[in-house]
Write a protein of this length. Structure first.
Lengths: 229, 512
């Protein structure tokens, strides 16, 4: 099913729509184009696409309220395109329910990789919850709460383990600081970004080869983290 | 109303003015005392000498009013003499028959002296009151003139006209500009070095200065504002006597403070207007910046995306090289635009640092990953001490600093040579450096590489506009740090960040 999906592309710039369409169709997807938010919402109702790619800077309205409205009726993944480098806007879009973002200009390879990850994620969500994960030389057994690296047991503190589980649960998505803090510490520590950073660095020390150039626990500067298997 | 009132004042002033010449005063004394003597003579037997003494007192008071202090004294003695001579037995002699008249005469002399004196004091006070009223009336006129004025030129000309008409003296208004004094009106300026020096001294000491130059008497009054001396009002009194000017010093100082108030009012009006203009300017600038950033990035995205799409298809090696080059150029253009926009934002001073405590390792990793392909030909080594403390910085801006430094290193280092990022604690600050094994910076340009539009090697074929390092410096300095370039087996840029007081993190060390 991930080979062919209906993807809704909401973007006002025709030339951007053109090359994104070409690339997605080359991957075997069906692309629905829309130049405005209003038309985009109509297509969400009519054709029920599996994924939406949304430009945040559309002339006919606020992309963030579009995401909020979309989230009241659909769980489909949303990939946001942002022309601005303002981190605040990305965070607002992600907190409103977007799953990932790309900053313009973006490479086609990057776009296709993100689309693939989001579609795969959507599929596993509906399937039976997985009981074990593998990334690099690390294996996580969720049933027995056991983490091994090269078949050797890795000791994680309770918070480190909770953080690892929260990041595994959102594989392929960008997780904002706020989202992770709430998932691990609850609502009380929403402002304690430095706690989160310290624990992510613990996970890197225990599970990455080179902590300064991580391969799995990636930093999205100013926004949050991304877990990449 | 003002003019009629001042006319009335003039009338009273002239009525009360005392004759200056000796003959007139003597005439007043003789006339007053003589008249009383002549009028009282027929009644000499009907009236008691004590009552005639009263008539003489009246005459003394009149003389005091009209002819001044010394005339009153003379009249007092003369009246006493006349009373004794004509009305006290034995008549036509200064001897006093009855001892009780000695008392009458002595008391009369004393009362005459006191009455004369009191009259004069009263008169002087009345004259002073009139003069004061004239002055305050004049000040009121000047104040109401200055209130409606909207430029310094008008302040100067109103003050000049006022002083000329009311006080018949010349004046020059000087304003302070960068610790020097400049005349407001080009046509009215100080004539000599001495005058300028006195004006400058008045400004520096904020004290009124007097000066006598040839025949002219000058006064230099500082214009005291709420924070500093805003200028000096110089008044040329011509040949007026210093005593007369000193008498009216309070008036001139009041004039100077009126001028100072209007000058200050004009200054604050200007400040308010400028602030408003600046705010509008600021809004316009950020609107232009965000429009630019959107409008330039859109075609760049198209260019970059389309060349990327082309690469998906089968291409001849030559065509593929061209497309790859196109894509690279689009990326470079993008990084230039980002740098330009960042610089514009930093220069406009409207960047707010979002500083948080974080491990520096994280932002180093993010920068290396962000540069991706640009660093593909250079292995990057990161050297961090294991106990590196948390630092407080804006992660997005610090990423920009590291990206620019890495990009720079990659540009100038020979292919496949290593780039090293290292960090250490150095006293009360942390220092981070990015080293490459390239040819380094020209020794004579080490201090200049962080200047805007300055390039390490102007003739170099390596592309760039010299913005990257300037942005690094702006960001590092905004964090309270310093940035330096040096040469050590290649180029090396080191920047520091203050250590501060990192928050204590309680960790849960119990194992799962």
């Amino acid at each position: 099913m991930s080979e062919s999906a209906a993807i809704l592309l909401i973007e006002d710039e025709a030339q951007i729509r053109r090359f994104v369409r070409t690339a997605l169709e080359a991957e075997g997807h069906r692309v629905l184009e829309s130049g405005t938010l209003v038309q985009g919402m109509v297509q969400v109702h009519e054709t029920k696409p599996q994924l939406a790619i949304l430009d945040l800077g559309l002339p006919d309205g606020d992309g963030i309220s579009f995401i909020r409205e979309l989230r009241t009726q659909s769980e489909m993944p949303v990939l946001v395109l942002s022309a601005r480098s303002a981190e605040g806007e990305k965070i607002r879009a992600l907190d409103a329910g977007a799953d990932d973002y790309l900053t313009k200009p973006f490479s086609i390879g990057e776009l296709l990789a993100r689309v693939r990850a989001l579609l795969r994620r959507n599929k596993t969500d509906s399937a039976v919850t997985e009981t074990s994960f593998r990334f690099g030389d690390v294996e996580v057994d969720l049933m027995r709460r056991k983490v091994t690296r090269n078949n050797r047991i890795v000791h994680l503190t309770p918070i480190e383990y909770r953080l690892l589980c929260a990041m595994l649960a959102d594989t392929g998505k960008v997780m904002t600081y706020r989202h992770l803090l709430r998932a691990v510490w609850g609502n009380a520590h929403i402002e304690s970004n430095h706690y989160l950073r310290i624990y992510v660095s613990h996970l890197r020390q225990k599970l990455e080869d080179d902590t300064a150039q991580p391969k799995h626990f990636l930093t999205e500067t100013g926004v949050g983290y991304r877990f990449q298997p | 109303m003002n003019s009629t009132q001042s006319q009335k004042n003039d009338y009273w002033a002239s009525a009360l003015r005392q004759p200056r010449n000796m003959v007139a005063r003597t005439a007043w004394i003789i006339a007053a005392c003589g008249l009383v003597t002549v009028l009282a003579w027929p009644l000499r037997d009907a009236l008691d000498p004590a009552n005639i003494a009263m008539l003489y007192l009246l005459a003394v008071a009149l003389v005091a009013m009209r002819a001044g202090k010394y005339a009153a004294l003379t009249a007092a003695f003369l009246s006493t003499g006349l009373l004794d001579f004509f009305f006290i037995y034995p008549r036509f002699s200064f001897t006093v028959g009855d001892v009780q008249y000695v008392v009458t005469l002595v008391v009369m002399l004393a009362v005459a002296l006191i009455v004369g004196n009191l009259t004069i004091i009263l008169q002087r006070q009345a004259a002073e009151a009139i003069e004061r009223e004239r002055q305050s009336c004049a000040l009121y006129q000047l104040a109401s003139q200055l209130a409606g004025i909207s430029s310094l030129d008008q302040v100067a000309s109103a003050t000049r006209d006022f002083l000329h008409q009311a006080q018949s003296c010349q004046s020059v208004l000087l304003m302070r500009r960068n610790d020097a004094l400049q005349p407001v009106e080009q046509a009215y300026r100080l004539g000599s070095e001495m005058q300028s020096a006195a004006a400058f001294a008045a400004m520096q000491q904020s004290l009124t200065r007097h000066m006598q130059e040839s025949d002219n008497y000058w006064l230099f009054l500082p214009l005291l504002g709420s924070t500093y001396v805003r200028g000096v009002l110089a008044i040329d009194f011509g040949t007026c006597s210093p005593a007369a000017i000193n008498e009216k010093l309070a008036l001139y100082e009041a004039i100077a403070s009126l001028v100072a108030i209007s000058v200050e009012r004009l200054h604050f009006v200007e400040v308010a207007q400028r602030t408003q203009l600046q705010m509008t300017d600021e809004r316009l600038r950020s609107a232009i910046l965000s429009a630019l950033s959107h409008d330039i990035r859109t075609p760049l995205t198209v260019l970059y995306g389309m060349s990327d799409t082309l690469l998906l298809a089968e291409l001849s090696p030559a065509a593929r090289d061209t497309v790859v080059a196109m894509r690279e150029q689009a990326l470079r253009l993008n990084s230039m635009v980002s740098n330009l926009l960042d610089m514009a934002k930093l220069r406009a001073g409207n960047i707010r640092l979002n500083q948080e405590w974080q491990p520096v390792e994280e932002v180093i990793g993010a920068s290396i990953k962000l540069l991706g392909e640009a660093l593909a030909r250079h292995p990057v080594t990161v050297q961090l001490p294991p106990d590196m403390p948390l630092l407080k910085f804006d992660a997005v801006l610090m990423e920009r600093v590291l990206c620019n430094l890495l990009e720079n290193a990659a540009k100038y280092a020979p292919p496949s040579s290593a780039i090293t990022i290292s960090a250490q604690v150095d006293g009360n600050k942390a220092s981070l450096s990015v080293r490459d094994s390239g040819s380094g910076f020209s020794e004579n340009k080490l201090d200049k590489v962080f200047d805007l539009f300055e390039r390490g090697n102007a003739e170099s074929s390596v592309p760039g506009v010299g913005l990257g390092l300037a942005i690094c410096r702006s960001i590092v300095e905004a964090h309270g740090g310093e940035i330096h370039a040096s040469n050590c087996d290649g180029g090396c840029v080191t920047f520091t960040l203050p250590l501060g007081d990192p928050p204590v993190i309680e960790t849960d060390d119990s194992d799962e």
